[in-house]
Design a protein around this ligand. Structure first.
Ligand code: ME8
Length: 513
């Protein structure tokens, strides 16, 4: 298996503030990045912001500020949120950076050198008050879908990209690489779209100026998607840092929402085919969140602020909920009730309770010190625990290979469930009453601590704060972030003699309001 892994989120628009949808994609990528690091790979994890284009120019003008000032302001909101949510980024790319401009210019030059750019005329329906072009199908009874005012047909000079030329090559690639577009329902959508035929794509505009000028013709700015998609190359040093680029490109997975699949699975690969750049290995489109059954929108006032959620319920509780509640790839609904239910059952009851009962018993019977044992025990319950761990390790690896975060978490929680059962069946409180069982008590307490060490490692990619805290309470000599999944291969990784600490409840129950 490759020892490097490159994962990206979309780069988010700066004309909106971050919400649960952005947090979802980014948390999922973070769990994947952390998992891959724990699997021993060198990981590059990229996110960033999409700052050019007519919408940003317009929002800034309405506020009477410069586009770059608006971008600077919103970018800090995203950057702050990623810190709050424990996102382990390698790089945050902004499309207004000089390095990005250089990447876009280089990609454009290569596409042009390949004969795939020509000057033509772009003809569509224009709404003058909104300064926006609309296609015929976007119009609402002939009027602008934004302001409902009449539109007129306008022609504008525009550079075109010969996308039609790549229809067959793209089809052949999708057919030969079943993993290229996931999940399979999305792959089928794209296959039928491409089979219907690709038209050439207008990739420049002259009606606004907030963007990267077309090389050699600064009257035009590049279409915002040509600009934005190139961020995935900029992030790993294209074209100025061939060493990093060579290490991480082609990208392992672009994780996106299903709303922007066509740009990633059709436009982007055809640009790359034209430029002679290898294609990303996978584009994975996840589903859409609604909130309490409704579409999230500013006008409904139901936009979920992830920072407020993390503050109210905890960062790890928020991360756990979004990753566990909905199979990755399907749509989901966010509600406070569902969140509270997950916290109380899975986090407070199952995980929090396990950690506190094990450490409490260790405190009571062995002064909190991990016992020394000569064997890990061969009773049915001991064997079952070790076998379960081996099985769960395999299930998690399989699930993470498919980006099935909910399955990975279900597997981890099946181990947590079994450790809770182990505590019940071995009943240390009974053993403690019989002095001749002191050796067996050492053994079961040791196994419980070892199981907690494994739980800390297993939950870390999803709940980094919790994994870290479990290891800290166990007195582990190094942080959970340095743990490798291969340490799960042998039972007995926790060192006898460590001084543990009971600590507060990890996930206090939340009373229904
Ligand atoms: O599209 N449910 O940026 P954007 C799930 N700049 N995910 C959601 C969501 C929801 N309700 N709402 C947003 C853009 N997302 C472009 C991308 S990439 C080269 C350029 C997530 O700010 C999801 O990942 O509109 C979606 O694809 C992305 O935010 C769109 O973010």
């Amino acid at each position: 298996m490759a020892d490097r892994f490159y994962v990206t989120t979309p780069i988010y628009y700066v004309n909106d503030v971050p919400h649960i949808g952005h947090a979802y994609t980014t948390v999922a990528c973070d769990a994947l990045a952390r998992y891959q690091r724990a699997a021993g790979r060198e990981v590059f994890f990229l996110t960033g912001t999409d700052e050019h284009g007519q919408k940003v120019e317009k929002s800034a003008a309405e506020r009477g500020e410069r586009s770059i000032d608006l971008a600077d302001r919103v970018v800090t909101r995203f950057q702050h949120l990623w810190e709050v949510l424990d996102i382990s980024l390698s790089r945050f790319v902004r499309t207004t950076e000089p390095a990005h401009r250089a990447a876009v210019e280089e990609l454009f030059r290569r596409v042009k050198a390949n004969g795939d750019i020509y000057l033509g005329a772009y003809e569509d329906w224009y709404c003058t008050p909104c300064e926006t072009f609309w296609t015929e199908s976007q119009l609402m009874e002939g009027n602008c879908p934004d302001c409902n005012r009449p539109t007129e047909k306008l022609k504008e000079a525009s550079y075109f990209f010969r996308m039609s030329k790549y229809q067959d090559a793209l089809l052949a690639h999708i057919e030969a690489h079943p993993e290229f577009i996931q999940p399979v329902s999305r792959r089928n959508e794209i296959l039928s779209f491409v089979r219907e035929g690709l038209r050439d794509l207008s990739i420049s505009r002259t009606t606004f100026s907030w963007g990267i000028p077309v090389p050699d013709d600064p009257e035009h700015v590049l279409y915002v998607w040509f600009d934005a998609l190139t961020n995935y190359l900029t992030g790993v040093g294209f074209p100025g840092d061939p060493e990093t680029y060579g290490r991480f490109w082609p990208c392992d997975v672009h994780v996106i929402g299903k709303d922007i699949l066509r740009f990633h699975a059709v436009y982007w690969p055809t640009f790359l085919l034209s430029a002679g750049v290898p294609l990303p290995k996978t584009v994975f489109a996840h589903g859409w969140w609604t909130v309490e059954g409704k579409k999230m929108s500013k006008s409904l006032g139901n936009v979920v602020d992830p920072e407020a959620m993390a503050e109210a319920y905890g960062v790890d509780a928020f991360r756990y909920f979004v990753l566990r509640e909905v199979p990755f790839g399907l749509d989901g609904d966010f509600s406070r009730d569902a969140l509270v239910h997950r916290i109380n059952s899975d986090l407070a009851n199952d995980l929090g309770n396990l950690v506190s009962r094990v450490l409490a018993m260790l405190g009571k019977y062995r002064d909190g010190v991990v016992p020394r044992v000569s064997s890990f025990g061969h009773e049915g319950a001991d064997e079952e625990l070790r076998e379960k761990l081996a099985a769960v390790r395999g299930e998690v690896a399989q699930a993470m290979g498919e980006l099935a975060f909910h399955k990975a978490l279900t597997a981890v929680w099946s181990f947590i469930g079994l450790v809770n059962k182990y505590v019940d069946t071995t009943a240390p409180w009974t053993l403690a009453k019989e002095p001749e069982q002191a050796g067996r008590l050492d053994q079961v307490l040791y196994n419980m601590c070892e199981a907690l060490r494994c739980v800390g490692l297993l939950v870390f990619p999803f709940l980094p704060g919790t994994g870290t805290e479990i290891w800290r309470r166990l007195g582990m000599e190094r942080p959970a972030a340095e743990g490798l999944l291969e340490e799960l291969a042998h039972w007995g990784g926790i060192t006898p003699g460590l001084q543990t600490e009971r600590g507060e409840s990890l996930f206090p129950r939340i009373e229904a309001s």
